[in-house]
Structures are given as structure tokens and as C-alpha cells.
Design a binder for this molecule. Structure first.
Ligand SMILES: *[C@@H]1O[C@H](CO)[C@@H](O)[C@H](O)[C@H]1NC(C)=O
Ligand SMILES: *[C@@H]1O[C@H](CO)[C@@H](O)[C@H](O)[C@H]1NC(C)=O
Ligand SMILES: *[C@@H]1O[C@H](CO)[C@@H](O)[C@H](O)[C@H]1NC(C)=O
Ligand SMILES: *[C@@H]1O[C@H](CO)[C@@H](O)[C@H](O)[C@H]1NC(C)=O
Ligand SMILES: *[C@@H]1O[C@H](CO)[C@@H](O)[C@H](O)[C@H]1NC(C)=O
Ligand SMILES: *[C@@H]1O[C@H](CO)[C@@H](O)[C@H](O)[C@H]1NC(C)=O
Length: 936
């Protein structure tokens, strides 16, 4: 027995599986272990809580395609990280707003485009919203202002335009984000002024990064109210006016970039910024002023950049003794006098660039001056002095590369790289970008060593299989970001698996890794991991093996497991060990004789070759991983469908024989029958009767042109029920079909229903051998929740699926359509006190042409088939009887041949796709609602 609560969660599961299936269908390169019925059974990148998908982390998986709107059905999702998949394109669907539980939405470094949907503002639980390094366009949605829990907002490095939204009246705005610490909006095309309303003393921002936009107007006075500020970048915009004096109140600022604007007025007084490390005010037209006397009091200063700021006068000697000073860049000013760095200049000092000033001399002291000094373009470099080293620009390039650790680098084959521990491995590589570092000396190896050890600590504390990291190629890019290559080497093996890569990617994309504070805010862009890149889209068709061809011992065992469970009502899992009906067969023996059968004919290869016109392409009517299906014509003129296994998907001779013997016992007019087989020339072929009118699903979808009125639907229901009743009650041994669905019900020339693929949907490809006894098989949407929950298979599971097909027959809808599960929809919509149970809206109009008499009883029967508890469902024998009752209500003689009502049906087009094609007979249709579990 299962509880209603479990069934409720089952509905969630099937909708979630269907959603993941939809994602998988549109994406290339999904993890190869996305197979089987249960995404919570260890699928790479998927995490679940209580059988609900709560986390998808697929960083650097090489995913390609669009983000389908079906993501919305993963209603329990908290974390979505698709970072570093350059192949992910197209818009962010607005239905993402339905993921109300999302806390982390991280799409860094993909190729998403189009506007950021306004619905993003409904994700009230969001803590991290990282959409940086994509191609998003349009404005910043004002609704982001509703995300009151937001901690991290990174929209940088896109093509966003328009103004920065602030609230007014009922419209939200970013000024409402009083809990947000990070506004990273750099490298966009934002324009207009920085709204004064954006900042207030309630704000708790620590990083405000607006660099490289088109912002204009003045720096608002309110900025000085955000006392928590640590990094402020307003550089590379068109800001004008004077810097508000209260900026001096931002006493926690470490990095201040106001460069490359049109700022005017007096040079800002920054005496309050006691922790200021990095200051860049270059390329503004401040009032001509003498060297600010208070600059040498900024004790924490590492970097002073004031290129082209109209500075005059002499540089005070005290500046050079600031203890942490690394770089002074004061090019293109009017500094004069004689330069004197004193005798106690900072030991950290690396570079003094004073090109193009008016400096007349340099005081050289005893002991020399061990700093790169550039005085090119100053009077001091005219005449004979021009030969001094400080009058020549040296090419100094800081380089760094993590050295090997007390070992000799290994010589590795092409793709592998010697790790710091001298092992040849496949590293996960990418680039770290530090947007506002507090230092400027890139030649100091201690910064790299501290970064390496903090990276390692972070990976190891997050239980990631990392052996070592390597840093190289440090540079500053045009935005003044500190850029660094990172390689991460695996431990234990020479490569990471997908779990490892997505885990590392997440630690970096989720900002779980915190670099030492001196590095400031960062982001990472991972490269595609080469090992995964070659994976082609796994063909759905290769995964489920169709009837008879390509099964395996285990697959057959699983069929028998089902039968065993049917008889013994025991756990199917145990059954394969006990009383295995095949136990006495010795698979090591040769395949033995041709199977000894009454019915099926043993065809020779030459015969079938002739009947199928040399297996010509023209005769091919379907194909899949197991091989191809051909149409053929027997000398008698009867049409046949030949299923031909391809090499590689063949089963052993013994298994093939066993399978044929099993199939040959099945004879019923409502079950597709086996005509014969071929086991010659290393070929395995099965020959079936040819069913001309395709699948019930195709007719319901209107693709065949066959009009299915109420009467025809009743006859089809009866035929299919009789076929299934035969398998359950008359076949010996009984057969549980396990994959009843409209795609497995075929219609012959008189629209008689024939059940196809009986009992064999359990056959699986070799790749799934391991899971056969534990995984639930079937098709999502049709699957019995009780079976799903308990793994206990009975004939009542087929009855449940049949109930779903009955609902399909009255609605023509697929079991799962647009995130709706037909069973739940009907259950919720039906009102037994009203005519037609008030289902008019849901019923297919085609059955309403005449009054569908008996429909209420039909729905009652379907609902009884869909009882949560299998014990409460009718048997197929009872279902047949009840359909016969309904037919009498509808004024039909249930025993009359269907020909009397359907002989004159509208002919289907000749070119119409063949029922024996993979899609229709043996495999799920490929469309989203038919998510066949094995194919996921
Ligand atoms: C600067 O801060 C001080 C105290 O922190 C406050 O009294 C003063 O009004 C602030 N000045 C401005 C211009 O905001
Ligand atoms: C800078 O501001 C501080 C207080 O904020 C003040 O005491 C000092 O006199 C100012 N210095 C200059 C040169 O304006
Ligand atoms: C100042 O502007 C010049 C010319 O546009 C540019 O080359 C230089 O990099 C800028 N300096 C800084 C520090 O941004
Ligand atoms: C340096 O420039 C300042 C301001 O323009 C001026 O007052 C001073 O006389 C100059 N000093 C020298 C040595 O030229
Ligand atoms: C992936 O690698 C980790 C550590 O190397 C290992 O624990 C895990 O079992 C692997 N996962 C798979 C699916 O192989
Ligand atoms: C991801 O980030 C969130 C928000 O900062 C944090 O709470 C969570 O612990 C992080 N997750 C991991 C696995 O690091």
C-alpha cells in the first residue's frame, strides 16, 4: 500500500522527470548517466531531497542548446548552476519565475541572450543571482528590487542598457535591496545618471562595481551614506561634476576607482579612508592643484594611480615611505622639482612611473635605488642624462607559474599536463578574474602561494577530489582586472568525472571559495573539460531495445522477474535470485538447434533479403540503436515488418531462441503476432505482421487523418482491453506488459486495436545491466505509482496504465502535457453531480459530435483503474466486462465485428509513417510527454 502523500509526491516526481527529460531533449552533451526512471538515483549534477529535485549543478559540462521553459516544473529546485557552458544559448525563459524555492540562480559564462525576464523578481528566496558574462540585452528588470534576501547580484559583462532602476510608487527598484552586499554591473551599456535614490544609509553594500558603462551625470551625494562600502568602481563611465565631499565618510573602502570619467572640481579629500589600498583617479580634469599633502598619510596605500589629473608641485618625500606602497603611477601631470624618494622608501615599492611631467632632477642616494623608475618625458631626461636607466622604458613583465613541488615535471602525452606533483593528468582549466584587487605588484610570488593554498583548502573542505592547483599568466586586462590562469588537477585518477567538475565549478561559481581578502571580488570562467567534449548527444533510440531484437540474458530475466512477481506477489528484487526459471539453462552452451516451434516460420536470410527488396533504403521504415525495421512482402502478398538487429546489439543465440519461443506462444486477435524469424549468416531478425494504421497515439494526435468518434474509441478500448486480458489471464506464462500506452496500441485496417511490444519493454540495453533489478521500468505518465514506490510489479500496474490510456482516449491529450498530469487534471476537474461530469473543457471535441453515451461510466471505469492501491483496481477481465456494458449504453453490440462501424473510415494517406518505426512501436515517441523512463 502506498499513502496518498506518496502518490502526491509521485505526481511531483513524474512532472520533474518530464521536465528533466524536456531539458535533456533540447540539450546536447547531457551526462551519459541520465538514464533510468529516477533522477534522484545518482544522476550527475542532480541532487534531491525527499525524492524531489532540489539542485542542478552542471558547470562546465559542455552543454549545448537552450534552457527550456519546462524547467519551471522542477518546483522544488533551490539551486540551478549551469555556469561555463558556452553552448547554452537563447533567452532565459520567463517561466523561471515559477521556481519559487530557488535560492541560487547561477548562469555565469554561458551564451544566454535576450532580456532578463521580469519574472525573475518573483524568486523571493534568491540569495545569489549571477547572470554575468552572457549576452543579455535590455534593461535591468526593476522587479529585482523585490528580491529582499538577495546577497549577491552579478549582472556584469553583458549588453544591458537603460538606466539603473529605482523604486517609485508601486514600481520596485534596486534601492530596496537593503540586504544585498554585491552590485556587480560592470561592462554593460547602462546609461543615464546614477540615481540619488539608489543609495541610503540602510544599504549594506560592500562592493559597488559599475565600471565600463555609459553612466553620466554626477556621483550622488547619497553614495557617502553607504558606510559598509569596501570596493567602489565607477571608472570608465562619463560621470561629471565634482566628487561629493562626503565620499570621505566611506572609511572602509579598500579599492577606489574613479578613473576615466569627466570629473571636475577640487581633488577629493580622502583623509578618512584609512584602509584605502588601491586608488585610481586617472584621466579626470580636476582643478589644477598641488600634490595633496594628506596622501602620504594613507597608511594602507599599495597603489596610487593618478595619471592625467592635472597635479602640480613636488611629490613629498614622505609618500615613498608608506609601508605597503607598491606602485606610483602619476604620468601626464605637471609635477615638478627634484624627485627624492628618501632613504627609507617602502621595501614593497616596485614601480614609479612619472612619464611626461616637469621633473628636473632625481636625487640618487648611496646604496642605489632598487625600484623601477620611469622619468621619460621629463626635463631630467634631456641631454646627456638621457642615457640613465630611468630615462629608458624597460620591458618588465611579471610572470608567474606554479612550480613543481620537489619533483621533476613529467613528460606527458598530448592532452595531459604535468601537475605540480609531477603526474600526467587532465586538469580542469579556466580563468580567474579579480575585479578590484588591493595590490598591484604582480611579481610577488607570495600572492600566488596564498591563493593556491586558499583554493586547495576550499576544494578539500568541500570534499572535491583535487590534488593540486597551478596558477600562471598573471596580467592586468584593459578593465584593470587582475587575470590569472587556473589549472586544477585531480587526485586519485588522471581525470575528473562529471561530479568532480560540476562540484569544482560550483564552488567557484557560487562564491563558496573566498579568496584572501586582498584579492577582492572575483569571478571564474571555466573552460570546457576536454574529456566530456567528444560526447555526442546520446541517441534515445539506442537505449531501449525493442521487442525481441537485442535483448540480453539479464533483460530476459527481468521479464521473468515480472511474471514471478505476478504469481508470487513477492518482491521482484528478490525474485531474480530465487526460483529463476532460467536457472537450469546453461548459457555457456552453444545456441543449440533452431527453436522448435509450431507457429513462427524460420526464414532464410536470402528469403528475407528478397522480400525486403535487398533491405533497400526505400523499404526501411524505422531504425534505432538496435538496428533497422524493413517493410517486406511475402510471396503470398501479405505485408510483413522485419526487425533486423545490427551487429553489436545482438543477443546470444540461446537468448534469441528463448525469446522467440516466448513470443510464439502469444496468439490473439488483439495482440500483434510474430510471423517468423531468421537466425542465419550472423543475423538476428524478427518478422511481424504488418499493421497498417499506426499507433493509437498517432490517430489521437490527428496525424493519420483517421477520425476517431466516440463509437470507434469504445471499440478500440475494448480491443486493447481484450488483448491485455489475454496476456494477463490466458497466456502461459502470464505476461505483464509493463509498458501499456497509446504508442503501443496499433490499429489495423479495420481499426482493430492490437497490443504491441508486449511484456518486452523490460528489455534493456547492455549499458543498463547493473540496474535491471532495482530500476522501475515503464513510461512516465503511464506508470503505476504503487509499482514505482514499491518496485513490486503486478498485473494491476498494467491496469493503471490502461486507465491512463482511457483518459487519453476521451481527451486526446498526452498523459503529461505542459507540466500537467492528466490523471490529476481529470480528478480535480470532474464533478459527478453534473452532466458528463462537467468535463466538457477537457474532452476532445471530436467525441462530442454526437452525445457520447456512457461517457460517465467510462470515466468511472478509468478512475477505478487509476486507484492508488492496486488491490482496489479491477482486473482486466472486469475492465472488459464493464466496457461491454458501456457499449450497450452507447447502443452498440460489443460482440459485433468492428468492421461494421469502421469499414468506411477515411483512408489514411499512403505516405504515412509506418507503425513499425521505432518511434511508434517499440520506443517512446520522442515528444516530451512520452518521456520513456529508460530513454531519459
Ligand atoms: C559623515 O559621517 C559623520 C559621522 O559618521 C556624520 O556626522 C556626517 O554627517 C557625515 N557626513 C556626511 C556629509 O554625510
Ligand atoms: C579633509 O577632510 C577632513 C575631515 O573630513 C578635514 O579634517 C581636513 O581638513 C580635510 N583636508 C583638506 C586638505 O581639505
Ligand atoms: C588614461 O587615458 C589614456 C588615453 O585614453 C589611456 O591610454 C590610459 O590607459 C588611461 N589611464 C588609466 C590609468 O586608465
Ligand atoms: C612647481 O610648481 C608649483 C605650482 O605650479 C610652483 O609654485 C613651483 O614654483 C614649482 N617649483 C619649481 C621648482 O619649479
Ligand atoms: C566521481 O569521482 C569521485 C571522486 O573521484 C568518486 O567518489 C565518485 O564515485 C565518482 N563518481 C562516479 C559516478 O564515478
Ligand atoms: C552556495 O552559496 C550559498 C549562498 O552564499 C551558501 O549558503 C551555500 O552554502 C553555498 N553552497 C555551497 C555548496 O557552497
Amino acid at each position: 500500500m502506498v499513502t496518498s502523500r506518496e502518490v502526491g509526491s509521485f505526481v511531483f516526481i513524474i512532472l520533474a522527470v518530464a521536465a528533466l527529460k524536456a531539458l535533456k531533449d533540447v540539450w546536447n552533451n547531457t551526462p551519459p548517466n541520465w538514464l533510468g526512471s529516477d533522477p534522484c538515483s545518482g544522476w550527475d549534477g542532480i541532487r534531491c531531497t525527499n525524492s524531489r529535485v532540489t539542485s542542478i549543478t552542471l558547470a562546465s559540462m559542455g552543454l549545448m542548446g537552450q534552457l527550456s521553459g519546462d524547467i519551471q516544473f522542477l518546483t522544488e529546485l533551490q539551486t540551478l548552476d549551469l555556469s561555463y557552458n558556452k553552448g547554452l544559448t537563447g533567452p532565459l525563459p520567463s517561466s523561471i519565475g515559477n521556481l519559487k524555492k530557488l535560492t541560487n540562480l547561477i548562469l555565469v559564462g554561458c551564451s544566454f541572450s535576450g532580456p532578463i525576464p521580469d519574472t525573475i523578481g518573483s524568486l523571493q528566496q534568491l540569495l545569489i543571482l549571477s547572470l554575468n558574462s552572457n549576452s543579455f540585452t535590455g534593461p535591468i528588470p526593476p522587479s529585482i528590487g523585490n528580491l529582499l534576501n538577495l546577497y549577491w547580484l552579478d549582472l556584469a559583462d553583458n549588453k544591458l542598457s537603460g538606466t539603473i532602476p529605482v523604486s517609485s510608487g508601486t514600481t520596485p527598484g534596486l534601492d530596496m535591496l537593503v540586504n544585498t552586499k554585491h552590485f556587480h554591473f560592470g561592462n554593460n551599456q547602462l546609461s543615464g545618471g546614477i540615481p540619488s535614490q539608489l543609495f541610503s544609509s540602510k544599504m549594506t553594500l560592500i562592493h559597488v562595481l559599475f565600471e565600463s558603462n555609459q553612466l553620466n551625470g554626477i556621483i550622488p551625494l547619497t553614495l557617502g551614506l553607504v558606510q559598509t562600502m569596501e570596493a567602489l568602481r565607477l571608472d570608465r563611465n562619463s560621470l561629471s561634476g565634482s566628487v561629493p565631499s562626503n565620499i570621505n565618510n566611506l572609511t572602509h573602502v579598500n579599492e577606489l576607482f574613479l578613473s576615466n570619467n569627466q570629473l571636475t572640481g577640487p581633488f577629493p579629500n580622502l583623509t578618512g579612508m584609512n584602509y584605502l589600498n588601491y586608488m585610481d583617479l586617472s584621466n579626470n580634469t580636476f582643478d589644477v592643484s598641488v600634490f595633496p599633502p594628506w596622501l602620504p598619510t594613507l597608511e594602507s596605500l599599495t597603489t596610487l594611480v593618478m595619471e592625467n589629473t592635472r597635479l602640480q608641485g613636488e611629490i613629498p618625500v614622505t609618500l615613498f615611505s608608506l609601508p605597503q606602497l607598491q606602485t606610483i603611477e602619476l604620468k601626464n601631470n605637471q609635477l615638478n622639482g627634484t624627485l627624492d624618494a628618501g632613504s627609507s622608501y617602502s621595501s614593497q615599492l616596485q614601480l614609479i612611473d612619472l612619464q611626461n611631467n616637469s621633473i628636473a632632477g632625481f636625487t640618487e642616494r648611496a646604496g642605489g635605488f632598487n625600484v623601477e623608475l620611469i622619468l621619460v618625458g621629463n626635463p631630467v631626461c634631456t641631454g646627456t642624462e638621457g642615457t640613465k636607466t630611468y630615462c629608458i622604458i624597460q620591458q618588465s613583465n611579471s610572470s608567474y607559474s606554479t612550480p613543481s613541488k620537489n619533483c621533476v615535471a613529467a613528460t606527458c602525452s598530448s592532452d595531459q599536463i604535468s601537475s605540480p606533483n609531477c603526474r600526467c593528468e587532465y586538469p580542469y582549466a579556466g580563468t580567474l578574474f579579480f575585479r578590484a584587487p588591493s595590490f598591484s605588484d604582480l611579481g610577488n610570488s607570495s600572492i600566488y602561494m596564498s591563493l593556491e593554498s586558499s583554493l586547495m583548502r576550499s576544494f578539500l573542505s568541500n570534499h572535491l577530489p583535487v590534488d593540486s592547483v597551478s596558477l600562471s599568466n598573471p596580467t592586468k586586462n584593459t578593465d584593470n582586472y587582475f587575470v590569472l590562469s587556473l589549472e586544477i588537477f585531480p587526485s586519485g585518477q588522471d581525470r575528473f568525472n562529471r561530479t568532480g567538475i560540476s562540484g569544482i565549478g560550483f564552488v567557484l561559481s557560487n562564491q563558496t571559495f573566498k579568496p584572501p581578502p586582498t584579492f577582492g571580488p572575483f569571478y571564474f570562467i571555466g573552460d570546457a573539460y576536454g574529456i566530456f567534449a567528444g560526447t555526442k548527444k546520446s541517441s534515445n533510440t539506442g537505449i531501449v531495445i525493442g521487442a525481441a531484437v537485442g535483448g540480453s540474458v539479464l533483460a530476459l530475466l527481468s521479464l521473468l522477474v515480472g511474471i514471478y512477481a505476478f504469481r508470487q506477489k513477492r518482491r521482484a528484487e528478490r525474485a531474480d535470485k530465487v526460483n529463476n526459471p532460467f536457472a537450469s539453462w546453461d548459457p555457456s552452451k552453444s545456441s543449440g538447434d533452431v527453436p522448435h516451434l509450431k507457429g513462427p516460420i524460420s526464414f532464410s536470410f536470402e528469403e528475407l533479403k528478397k522480400y525486403a527488396n535487398n533491405f533497400s533504403e526505400a523499404n526501411s521504415i524505422g531504425s534505432g540503436g538496435y538496428g533497422k525495421v524493413y517493410r517486406g512482402t511475402l510471396p503470398t502478398g501479405s505485408l510483413i515488418a522485419i526487425k533486423r538487429a545490427q551487429h553489436g546489439s545482438m543477443q546470444g543465440g540461446l537468448e534469441f531462441k528463448t525469446e522467440i519461443e516466448l513470443l510464439s506462444r502469444v496468439h490473439h486477435k488483439n495482440v500483434v503476432s510474430l510471423v517468423g524469424f531468421c537466425f542465419e549468416h550472423g543475423e538476428q531478425m524478427l518478422v511481424y505482421e504488418y499493421i497498417p494504421n499506426g499507433t493509437l497515439r498517432e490517430s489521437l494526435s490527428g496525424r493519420t487523418g483517421i477520425r476517431l468518434d466516440w463509437i470507434r474509441r469504445l471499440r478500440i478500448t475494448l480491443g486493447a482491453a481484450k488483448g491485455l486480458q489475454y496476456l494477463h489471464e490466458l497466456a502461459n506464462p502470464p505476461i505483464i506488459h509493463r509498458d501499456i500506452k497509446s504508442n503501443n496500441i496499433l490499429l489495423d485496417e479495420r481499426l482493430n486495436a492490437k497490443v504491441a511490444d508486449f511484456g518486452l519493454s523490460k528489455l534493456m540495453s547492455d549499458t543498463e545491466k547493473d540496474h535491471i533489478t532495482t530500476q522501475v521500468k515503464g513510461t512516465m505518465g503511464y506508470m503505476d505509482p504503487e509499482y514505482y514506490m514499491t518496485q513490486q510489479l503486478t498485473e494491476k500496474s498494467d491496469v493503471y496504465s490502461f486507465g491512463v490510456v482511457m483518459l487519453e482516449l476521451i481527451t486526446s491529450r498526452q498523459p503529461i502535457e505542459k507540466g500537467k498530469y492528466i490523471v490529476r487534471e481529470i480528478r480535480q476537474a470532474m464533478d459527478r453531480t453534473k452532466v458528463l461530469y462537467d468535463l466538457h473543457e477537457i474532452l476532445d471535441p471530436a467525441i462530442m459530435a454526437t452525445t457520447p453515451r456512457g461517457l460517465e461510466k467510462f470515466v468511472d471505469l478509468a478512475m477505478s483503474c487509476l486507484e492508488e492501491s492496486g488491490a482496489k483496481r479491477p482486473t482486466m477481465g472486469e475492465v472488459v466486462k464493464e466496457i461491454e456494458n458501456v457499449m450497450q449504453i452507447a447502443g452498440l453490440n460489443p460482440n459485433a465485428d468492428s468492421a461494421s462501424t469502421s469499414a468506411n473510415y477515411e483512408g489514411a494517406s499512403k505516405e504515412y509513417s509506418h507503425p513499425y518505426s521505432d518511434q511508434s512501436l517499440f520506443l517512446y515517441s520522442g515528444a516530451f510527454p512520452h518521456a520513456k523512463l529508460e530513454a531519459l
